[in-house]
Design a protein around this ligand. Sequence first.
Ligand code: COA
Length: 341
Amino acid sequence: MNILGIGSALPEQTVTNHQLEAFLDTSDEWIKSRTGIAQRRVMKESELTSLALSAAQKALRDAGLKGADLDMILVATTMGDYVFPSLSCLIQEGLGATCPAMDLHAACAGFIYALETADSFIKAGKAKHILVVGAEAITRLANWEDRATCVLFGDGAGAVVAGPGEGLKALRLTARTDRNALYMLAEPGNNPFTGKPEEAPEGVKMQGQDVFRFAVTQSIEDLGWVADQVGVAVQEMDWVLLHQANRRILDAVRLRLKLDPKKVPGNIHRTGNTSAASIPLLLDELYRAGLLEPGQLIAMSAFGAGLVSGACVLKWGKEPPEELTAAEDLFSPPVNIMPEV
Ligand code: COA
């Protein structure tokens, strides 16, 4: 599988930590020092479909393809604007495509799970061009009265067009079920024949330190595994893109693996944790800034609720775009509070 085109989109509305101070018992200093997040993008209304569609259209344009050229649409998302039709069907409609479309839910690792799925269809000869989207409106699922979780998340969408080729060098997926570390209960509905749930649904719930430990240890293990498969040390990769969950997680992985900080970019300070959209958003930023060059090896690692994880190594094959976008700050200073893992 090769990546033929890439695009992304963020909501217009920016919400700073200072805005959160107005209604939460928190502070800009606390959030920045423990997460590296200064602001996030938050949807104004149910616009995930238009956000995902915009990312998809940019990726198609970048690939020089049209909706009609697609053989499949795969969308990694926790929840689209509708429970059904799926977000992928709504994107299909918007692109004027006629191919099969399905959503895939693997939380923050969803984009890597979707890349593996796309690669398998392409390798099996069942599809040539697959649109792979990571799109999330996690701020809609968060409990905005819970300062320990809502400050972490942001919304966004990133998309790639996958096609035949040898660019995907190695990929690993894992799942290890944990109902307590990071979860959100479904709404019970009003079925009169069903009793009340033991626990009322209250948005995203998390044991932050458990998730932190899982993220750091799993990411290090996964990156080591995919690097071994390729026969290139993680330290020798040109880029290591980590799921933008928390700047302290990025720093812990980077320090433990002794990675050159210039190879581990981050946009978490501007976007927050955008779940399945996080990796393609960051990849697109690097591409638009002209930082990706053909032949470069890019290791990616993501982890999230499930608990699930995914990592891969991609050999980048695209020339930089003709019109470059000035690189925003992709290498913010590390945060100052580092917990033991
Ligand atoms: N503002 C101010 N205080 C806060 C706060 C906030 N936004 N959120 C939590 N606190 C408080 C807690 O209530 C607690 O107070 P107490 O000591 O009086 O009880 C204190 O800060 C420490 O809480 P703790 O949960 O131990 O903080 P932490 O150092 O573990 O940081 C996280 C919390 C969530 C930032 C951290 O655990 C983390 O990043 N975990 C990984 C989360 C993640 O990335 N999840 C998604 C993965 S896909």
